[in-house]
Ligand binder design. Structure first.
Ligand code: ADP
Ligand code: ZN
Length: 430
């Protein structure tokens, strides 16, 4: 099933022709209307006319988060204010936020991309989507909401939290589809089971769209088996509309990135050079089809690989892997580079581990992994706990090559997050 079959299955050649036309337009528009770009072009001694092929994108300046922050609030806007109909800000953790503007066309185009994503997973008009992302300044909930409405499914704007009410909504309105963060999905699944519900019998769930923070294949499997559903990975960032940048099809093997709307490059985060084909690198995105706020070569900080070969679903837009990590949340312990997702993958592969964990970095490069385990392991037999603690420590050590301290906790001991989970607590900088 396709939403826009022609464009989703377009030949690579036609796609590249379209990309070049749109890239030239975008560059002209950015240069003409955004002083920041005009200045960066002149520093690099380039002008829009120097872009004559897709390769020439490498001549263009990068745009960083700091650039967006520096030009907050209106500095990156390319149209008169009266053409803007929506503002979002990014959930940036420190300093000024980033303002993201949408014109009427931008709102509609973002919804079109979501519609492609949803149809790609087999959703139909009689499906019911419970949107558990935070409504408000974040893009996550609203962009999905508009896209789902475009498809014509019933959207329940539940927002996150209030888990018992979520479950009641799911029962009363026969929710088939969830839009949820992985950390909340794990919590939700545990509450459903604790309430004595059998998701396969007592609920109507078929699928979940899960994204906005990194998670591993093990977490996907944990949620799929615990709720009896298919989980599709969903990738996006506010700077590029929010959700709908890349999404998994029913093959569940990498996320198709909509290349008629975005040009992707993979670079070495340290040198800025293009990485060789097949290698992992930082995803850099250029908008191709945005009116209010074109962005050139945006450094996402997200590390991915491109999945080689054609997808069996027939879509020609290339697929990116699960996000391997963010170049800026890499932990360095005794000189070893570690991504929190490596730790998550190990933990979620161990049956006794419940849904929540936390990584605490302490002085002298000591790392403690605090992990909630199933309640029935606190049966008074200390050797059960010691064995489990040793097993977890050993498995982590062989994955990350550093021996962490492992602390076992009862379920519920760690704070539950409704939005993005805070997994790493760095006390070294406090
Ligand atoms: P912020 O960068 O301030 O957190 P966003 O809320 O826009 O702003 O978050 C976008 C980021 O969330 C992405 O750059 C990426 O790191 C992360 N993210 C989004 N979707 C996924 C996903 N499916 N898997 C892993 N990480 C994701
Ligand atoms: Zn596919």
């Amino acid at each position: 099933m396709f939403w826009q079959k022609d464009i989703e299955t377009i030949s690579r050649r036609a796609l590249e022709e379209l990309q070049l036309i749109r890239l030239k337009q975008t560059v002209r528009q950015a240069y003409k209307n955004i002083p920041f770009y005009k200045e960066s072009f002149s520093k690099l001694h380039i002008a829009p006319k120097d872009i004559t092929s897709l390769k020439d994108i490498q001549k263009l300046p990068f745009t960083t988060r700091e650039d967006l922050r520096e030009h907050y609030p209106f500095g990156m806007l390319a149209v008169p204010k009266e053409q803007v109909i929506r503002l979002h800000t990014s959930s940036g953790t420190t300093g000024k936020p980033k303002a993201i503007f949408f014109s009427k066309k931008d709102v509609d185009r973002a919804a079109e991309l979501i519609a492609r994503c949803l149809i790609m997973t087999g959703i139909k008009k009689d499906d019911v989507l419970q949107n558990m992302m935070t409504y408000g300044l974040f893009t996550g909930a609203l962009v999905m909401h508009y896209g789902a409405e475009k498809v014509g499914v019933l959207v329940i704007p539940a927002g996150p939290g209030n888990t018992k009410r979520q479950i009641a909504l799911m029962q009363d309105f026969r929710t088939t589809t969830l839009h949820v963060t992985p950390s909340y999905a794990l919590y939700l699944a545990s509450v459903i089971h604790n309430e004595g519900l059998d998701p396969k019998k007592d609920l109507f769930l078929r699928r979940a769209y899960m994204g906005s923070e990194p998670y591993s294949e093990e977490t996907r499997i944990k949620i799929e088996t615990s709720l009896g559903i298919d989980v599709y990975n969903s990738y996006g960032l506010s700077e590029m509309n929010g959700p709908g940048v890349a999404f998994e099809c029913m093959e569940k093997n990498g996320m198709h990135l909509w290349e008629d709307n975005f040009i992707m490059e993979l670079i070495d985060p340290d040198t800025g050079e293009k990485v060789p084909a097949g290698e992992k690198g930082e995803l850099v995105l250029t908008t191709l089809y945005r009116e209010a706020m074109p962005i050139l070569r945006y450094r996402t900080r997200d590390i991915v690989t491109i999945i080689p070969g054609k997808c069996r679903c027939g879509r020609t837009h290339r697929r990116i892997s699960r996000i391997i990590g963010r170049s800026d949340d890499m932990i360095i312990i005794r000189g070893v580079n570690i991504f929190p997702q490596q730790i998550e993958r190990v933990l979620m592969g161990i049956k006794a581990v419940a849904q929540n964990y936390q990584i605490v970095l302490e002085a002298y490069d000591q790392m403690t992994v605090r992990v909630e385990i199933s309640r029935n392991l606190f049966d008074g037999k200390v050797d059960h706990l010691v064995n489990l603690q040793n097993e977890i420590t050993e498995k982590l050590r062989s994955e990350i090559l550093v021996k962490p301290k492992v602390e076992l906790l009862e379920p519920g001991a760690l704070p539950v997050s409704e939005g993005k989970a805070t997994r790493v607590i760095d006390k070294r900088t406090l």
